[in-house]
Design a protein around this ligand. Structure first.
Ligand code: T1G
Length: 709
């Protein structure tokens, strides 16, 4: 199927990229595009060339799938196409309407002029894939907008809207009308050629040349260490340094070498896995072509922090929300939270005042359930108690219209037990938001035994509207994220009981492995009372353990909220939320460990053991969730952990990490942990099966149907 279309207009050849869905500049497309460009170069009747894109965008860049294959010497890439543009004596104009990202923008940078419609977005997001712009972007952009501005733009990997791109100097014009017409008119006017490669003076724009070493050394200091998520950033800085210090051709060669190194790197493979795993989430067997219901009005029962955060999610998506909250003081607190959050965004320039006002106004409060009668979806976010939730759903079921969907925001309770009190179990499911709901991108969609495909399809459509990473879970204790975090927490607590101080465990998991937050800082954030309640409801979790959680609970050391938990907090220090080592807690651990007869081995525990015990606990439980069908795919579990629990994306998520380490090594370590620490380390059968054939989680097929554990 031809992915390149051409048309001539008054001696101008219009080359259209037409390769749905995103005009990805794959090796195959470039093999088609290169001869088209060479033919235009050789055609005496053609004075200029205009590039543009079909399918509502210019191009989403190189085809990310291609980086998992080793190109052969005769593979044609976007670099070959750009080289053909570079050596041509024609004028080239890029007519952008929609996204121009990565290699797509690099193709435009090879042109003499760049025009875009006002809706267009331009970006070099390669860093988010653990790469750098490898088709001349690191050499051309500094020559276009200056080395420092270019470095910032590429390190952020963000996209700029057309106005901003014009201000930066990337675009020559923002075109109100048809961008191709304007490009042809400009091209026909035979403007001067102006290849960026020839520019050197711009490099110093905004950057005095002798400052370069300082700028570069500062940049290296500001990005994470190479071994902890910063690998591509450091290489990108090297590439921009080469742009300033080397002639164009040599800088290009340096960029290519750095790019190839990154394309073969583990962090990039992990980040590319996350990119595709996110896009797999909504592909759920059994939903088939069920059409989602339209959700125009949402009800939320419970105006606490969660309920209010959920209401803000809908307001941000332009969906009206009615919050049922009977306590006036709570309504006031909720309104303050909404007002404060939106004013913060306005003050930071992220939201226009009128838009903030409109969103705030779209959230209304009531104490009358009847105000929810015409809602398409009602989400319960009340106290985590089954009886309370059953009362809420009994009332809702009698009031809301027959077609409405009812959902619970519960984090661990049984969805089917709640559905059973309604007459609409096929329209019932869990929508588990993560606190703070308006910030955290993860949403667990929990399928009840009777949840219909249409209800699920509607939930995924709502997840997309809210810009959430929506992951399907079966209705089992803890669903996916919290079920796995129990075993992660078990190992963190066990290590502390063996005499490893909490601050050291946190430091290893954060600074060495790359978690956004260490486990004990996370427990302090969520609240020791939450841990205590869970332990009360799952006595097995406390088996063989100390009473440390009970002790902290009795001492009212509930975490950040009480200024003391596993750490202490000092309001006069920074944000007041910085964890400060508390040796009283370490003494408490030692005291409780002695009572429980737990041998102390803190000094002999290596950082490596800490990382293995915590991450392999996640892997083993994740494997159990896959074999029991609670989770559909390994990639789904990875997305839960990268977006819900701060797992380092450059390790791809727990299941990807198991493949990175090697499943047979993980299995061997888990067997050793079982022999040393007990049966809770029994390896999951799926892990055994994969490890024994030296296989990978990445290669197992999604469960056809979710098993309801
Ligand atoms: N390569 C391969 N597939 C891609 C792709 C890409 N670059 N971009 C999107 N897809 C697939 C995606 O997996 C999904 O597939 C479908 O297209 C729709 O995507 C040499 C090295 C362009 C803003 O990082 O940001 O150029 O699920 O759901 O919401 O220097 O896709 O339908 O099977 O996201 O409308 C740099 C990545 C590449 C941009 C559209 N470019 N893409 O968003 O659709 S590296 C990027 C996006 C590079 C050069 C370097 C977004 C989008 P499926 P979607 P969308």
């Amino acid at each position: 199927m031809a992915s390149i279309k051409t048309a001539d207009r008054d001696g101008v050849r219009i080359i259209t990229l037409d390769h749905p869905p995103v005009n990805a500049l794959s090796f195959a497309l470039c093999a088609e595009l290169l001869p088209v460009v060479e033919t235009a170069n050789a055609d005496g009747a053609i004075t200029a060339v205009v590039f543009t894109g079909a399918n509502g965008l210019f191009s989403g860049g190189a085809d990310i799938n291609d980086f998992s294959t080793e190109p052969t010497p005769d593979t044609k890439t976007i670099r070959d196409v750009i080289a053909a543009v570079e050596k041509s004596d024609k004028i080239f104009v890029a007519a952008i309407d929609g996204n121009a990202l990565g290699g797509g923008l690099e193709l435009a940078l090879a042109c003499d002029y760049r025009l875009a419609s006002s809706r267009s977005k331009l970006g070099l997001p390669e860093i988010k894939l653990g790469l750098l712009p490898g088709a001349g972007g690191t050499q051309r952009l500094p020559r276009l907008i200056g080395a420092q501005a270019a470095l910032e733009f590429m390190l952020k990997g963000s996209t700029a809207d057309a106005e901003k791109a014009a201000k930066l100097g990337i675009l020559d014009e923002v075109v109100p009308g048809d961008v191709v017409d304007r490009a042809v008119t400009l091209a026909k006017a035979a403007p001067a050629k102006r290849r960026i490669s020839a520019r050197q003076a711009e490099l110093g724009k905004g950057l005095v040349r002798m400052a370069l070493p300082f700028v570069v050394s500062q940049a290296h200091k500001m990005v994470p260490p190479e071994e902890n998520g910063g690998y591509a950033a450091h290489k990108l800085i090297d590439a921009v340094e080469a742009a300033v210090e080397l002639p164009f051709a040599r800088g290009l060669a340096r960029e290519t070498r750095l790019f190839e190194e990154l394309a073969r790197s583990a962090p990039s493979a992990a980040l590319r896995h996350v990119f595709f795993a996110e896009r797999e989430l909504a592909k759920v067997p059994g939903i088939g072509d069920a059409q989602p219901l339209a959700v125009k009005k949402v009800g939320i029962v419970g105006g606490g922090t969660m309920g209010t955060g959920i209401a803000i999610c809908f307001a941000d998506a332009g969906i009206a929300a009615t919050v049922i909250e009977p306590v006036d003081e709570q309504v006031e607190r909720a309104k303050q939270m909404i007002f404060g959050m939106y004013m913060h965004q306005v003050q930071r320039g992220r939201l226009a005042q009128e838009e903030a006002w409109k969103r705030g106004q779209s959230i209304v409060f009531s104490d009358d359930y009847n105000d929810l009668a015409d809602c398409d979806l009602v989400i319960e976010a009340v106290f985590e108690n089954m009886d309370v939730k059953k009362q809420v759903f009994t009332k809702l079921d009698a009031i809301v219209k027959p077609g409405a969907i009812l959902a619970s925001n519960t984090s661990t309770l049984d969805i089917d037990a709640m559905a059973a009190v309604t007459k609409r179990p096929e329209k019932f499911l869990g929508l588990h938001f993560f606190a703070p709901a308006n910030i955290m991108q993860l949403l667990e969609i929990v399928r009840g035994k009777d949840t219909s495909p249409q209800t699920l399809a509607t939930a995924f459509a709502v997840g997309k509207a809210l810009r959430k990473k929506a992951v399907l879970s079966a209705n089992a204790f803890g669903f996916i994220g919290n079920r796995m975090i129990f075993d992660y927490a078990r190992e963190a607590g066990a290590l502390a009981e063996e005499g490893v101080p909490p601050y050291r465990i946190d430091s290893v998991m954060k600074k060495t492995f790359g978690f956004a937050m260490g486990p004990f800082a996370m427990f302090d954030l969520s609240g020791i009372d939450v841990s205590w309640h869970i332990q009360q409801s799952v006595p097995a979790m406390a088996a063989g353990r100390t009473k440390i959680v009970d002790r902290l609970y009795e001492l009212k050391r509930l975490g950040q909220k009480t200024g003391k938990g596993y750490y202490k907090y000092d309001k006069s220090v920074g944000s007041g939320r910085e964890p400060i080592r508390d040796e009283d807690v370490e003494a408490l651990f030692a005291e409780e460990a002695k009572k429980a007869g737990i041998a102390q081995r803190g000094d002999e525990v290596t950082d490596d053991e800490i990382i293995k015990r915590l991450t392999y606990a996640l892997i083993n439980t994740g494997a159990m969730l896959l074999e029991t069908g609670v989770a559909l795919r390994p990639g789904d579990i990875d997305i839960v952990y990268v977006y819900g629990y701060g797992f380092p994306p450059h390790h791809g998520g727990p299941m990807w990490y198991a493949d990175e380490v090697g499943t047979r090594h993980v299995y061997a370590a888990i067997k050793a942990f079982r022999d040393a620490f007990g049966p809770h380390w029994e390896p999951a059968p799926l892990l055994i099966e994969i490890a024994e054939r030296d296989g990978k989680f990445a290669n197992i097929k999604a469960k056809e149907q979710l098993v309801h554990a």
